[in-house]
Ligand binder design. Structure first.
Ligand SMILES: [Cu+2]
Length: 223
């Protein structure tokens, strides 16, 4: 991966006609590339389908179509159709819990995460509880959203074939706090070997863009 001026150009010129990212598993509430910028669920405001999802160990897979992107995955539990960011990462009684995946930076291609909702010890997250998983994504052309509506099922495991078999799912520790931009992942994939002279600048621009784009999302934790 090279951070050259091409990356900057790509960030500004990325066409809405090209996919930003897709959600492979669990099943998305809906995907509309042009509406993906619309909070909080990428233009899909109503729950139309709910699939079973493990209450325990599970995987979430997306496919990313930007050279580099940052991913944040949150869950709302016990709410039929969350409509605001403040309904994520917090119980009905106001207790906060961390995101499933906190500000993970990824290269282009598939990205898979091991998650375990039961490990968050969310009161009210039991067998049969409704939940909505929210993927927030920034590939440099705006903050994008997709949701997946699920029912948490004890003992359920991700069906074979739901996750691409040739990829490794990452164990990403949820960020304990997102009140500071310093908590976001800064471990960007570095230019292998020689880096172009514009590397530092494009990285800086990229970082500024990411921090700005995620401020709204991050503020949800503070509410
Ligand atoms: Cu995009």
């Amino acid at each position: 991966m090279k951070f050259t001026s091409g990356l900057i150009a790509a960030s500004f010129l990325a066409s809405a006609a090209q996919a930003h990212f897709t959600l492979q598993y669990p099943q998305t509430r809906g995907f509309d590339d042009d509406a993906e910028v619309t909070p909080i669920c990428g233009g899909f405001n109503n729950v139309t389908n709910r699939t079973e999802f493990p209450l325990g160990p599970a995987q979430i897979q997306i496919s990313s179509f930007h050279t580099t992107a940052t991913v944040l995955i949150e869950v709302a539990v016990g709410i039929d159709n969350p409509t605001t960011f403040s309904q994520f990462n917090t119980t009905s009684s106001g207790t906060t819990y961390p995101p499933l995946v906190g500000f993970n930076q990824i290269p282009e291609g598939p990205a898979c995460y091991n998650v375990d909702i039961s490990s968050l010890n969310i009161s009210g997250a039991t067998n049969g509880t409704d939940a909505t998983i929210l993927i927030i994504y920034d590939g440099g052309d705006g903050t994008l959203y997709q949701c997946a509506d699920v029912t948490l099922v004890q003992g359920f495991t991700v069906p074979k074939g739901a996750i691409e078999s040739n990829i490794t799912c990452a164990n990403i520790a949820s960020a304990p706090s997102t009140t500071s931009s310093s908590s976001s992942s800064t471990s960007a994939p570095t230019a292998s070997g020689k880096s172009a002279s514009g590397s530092d600048m494009s990285m800086t621009i990229s970082s500024i863009s990411l921090v700005g784009s995620f401020l709204l999302a991050a503020s949800a934790y503070l509410l």
